[in-house]
Design a protein around this ligand. Structure first.
Ligand SMILES: [Zn+2]
Length: 157
C-alpha cells in the first residue's frame, strides 16, 4: 500500500477493524517515511467451493451445515462446540488448500469422520451412519468392527 503523500511503500498498521457490513477491513496505517496517516480498505477474496453430491448435483460449500451435522452427532457427548468449530476450521482449510472449486460430499464426510474419530467414538459412529447411509454399509461395518476389536483387546506389552 503506497503512501498517498510521499509514495513510500512501507507502512505500519495502527488499527484494523471490519467495516459495518463486515465485508471489508478498514486499516489505519502510518507511513514509515513521512509518518503521515492514511486509511486503506481491504476486501476478502472469496472463491466459492462447490460440493458435488452423490446425485451429481452441486451446491456451495456451507460451513454451518457441516458444523450442524457434527453437532448433531455429538449431542449429549463430551465434545465442546469450540472443539467442533476448530475441527470444521481444519476441514475447511484442507478443502481450500487441496481443491480448486469442487469437492465431493463423500470426501467432506470422510474428513469429518476422521475429526470425530479423534474426539468421540459414539459421535463418530453416529455421523458415519448418517453420512455413509447405504452406499457402502459393508465398509462401514468393517470399520466399526475394527474399532470395537481394538477397543476390547487388552493392552499388550
Ligand atoms: Zn509517506
Amino acid at each position: 500500500m503506497k503512501c498517498p503523500y510521499c509514495g513510500e511503500v512501507d507502512s505500519k498498521v495502527i488499527d484494523s477493524r471490519p467495516t459495518e457490513d463486515g465485508e471489508k477491513i478498514r486499516r489505519r496505517r502510518e507511513c514509515l517515511n513521512c509518518k503521515k496517516r492514511f486509511t486503506t480498505y481491504e476486501i476478502v477474496e472469496t472463491v466459492p467451493l462447490m460440493v458435488v453430491k452423490k446425485d451429481r448435483s452441486r451446491e456451495v460449500f456451507d460451513r454451518q451445515k457441516l458444523l450442524n451435522g457434527m453437532l448433531r452427532a455429538c449431542e449429549k457427548r463430551p465434545v465442546s462446540y469450540t472443539q467442533l468449530d476448530a475441527a470444521v476450521d481444519r476441514i475447511e482449510q484442507q478443502l481450500l488448500n487441496s481443491y480448486d472449486r469442487e469437492v465431493s460430499s463423500i470426501h467432506i464426510g470422510d474428513l469429518a469422520m476422521q475429526e470425530l474419530k479423534k474426539m468421540d467414538d459414539v459421535a463418530y459412529v453416529r455421523f458415519a451412519s448418517v453420512y455413509r447411509q447405504f452406499s457402502d454399509v459393508n465398509t462401514f461395518m468393517e470399520e466399526l468392527k475394527d474399532m470395537l476389536d481394538s477397543r476390547s483387546k487388552p493392552a499388550e506389552k
